[in-house]
Design a binder for this molecule. Sequence first.
Ligand code: C2E
Ligand code: MG
Ligand code: MG
Ligand code: MG
Length: 288
Amino acid sequence: EAKSAGGGAFRLYREDMNERVKARLLQEHQLRLALEKGELVVWYQPRVDIAKQRIVGAEALLRWQHPERGLVPPNEFIPLAEEIGLIEELGTWVLKTACRQNRLWQASGLPPLKVSVNISPHQLAPESSISQAVQDTLRETGLDPKWLELEITESSLMQNVESTLTKLVEIRDAGVSISIDDFGTGYSSLSYLRHLPVDALKIDQSFIRDISASRDNAAIVSATIALAHTMDLKVVAEGVTTEDQVRFLQSHECDEVQGYILSPAVPPDDLSRLLRQGKVLSRPGQVH
Ligand code: C2E
Ligand code: MG
Ligand code: MG
Ligand code: MG
């Protein structure tokens, strides 16, 4: 009796596992095909310079236009791409797409933008050739390197320190900027960053979210901006959604703002429109 019940449970477990393995294999297959079928797209979220009150940059953000699932956000498929060893190819594709797009914007007479591209920690692994990919891309697209920035996370700076540093120096020497994404969520200190070839910090949106309500977060953000400036680092605030946040950031001399208050990530043509309109933060006159 107990034995047969156990057997049944085991069979159920096995069936369940088979289903999950099948679903995963299908997803893996679909993701590989998606790149070939052109279902992957890069959208762009503008960044505004608070002092200049104009769009000076945009972050390239990957999306999957899935025929059945609709628009799939990157957090739902990038981990899979990393797991199955597809992230290098995918990352290089994003890099090329973003540089080509930036050239197109420039060719159409729009004010120049610095486009930033997210780099997975896997792309900085010792055996990877990110700096070569960056240089090839710049040559192929003809983009001036000063209009390209790579966003890397704090945690990728902590892995393979020596080889990562070599890569970053090569990229920097090629004239490309480097920013630290989601700053504050990892363990790197500002004094550690002093020794790294870094140009900008992007303060994670979790610190910005309740900047007005949490005195701790307000203190962290204002101290980070002040210290970063003493080290000649530019500071970008991520996930800005309210005018109160903009006011706070402006009064603490944060350099740039990115967030839904301005725009979410949009397709390339929509960004052109925002640029032509000269879209800035809402009610700039109210911002002190
Ligand atoms: P991230 O690099 O920190 O990008 C910022 C994320 O915050 C984006 O989510 C963006 O849409 C979202 N965001 C921007 N403003 C606001 C706001 O005001 N409120 C809120 N709630 N969210 C805001 P997204 O596009 O879903 O991307 C998530 C993460 O996926 C990115 O975080 C990045 O780590 C990763 N990712 C995106 N594209 C790529 C890529 O091409 N390569 C790699 N390796 N990772 C990517
Ligand atoms: Mg980013
Ligand atoms: Mg971020
Ligand atoms: Mg993030």
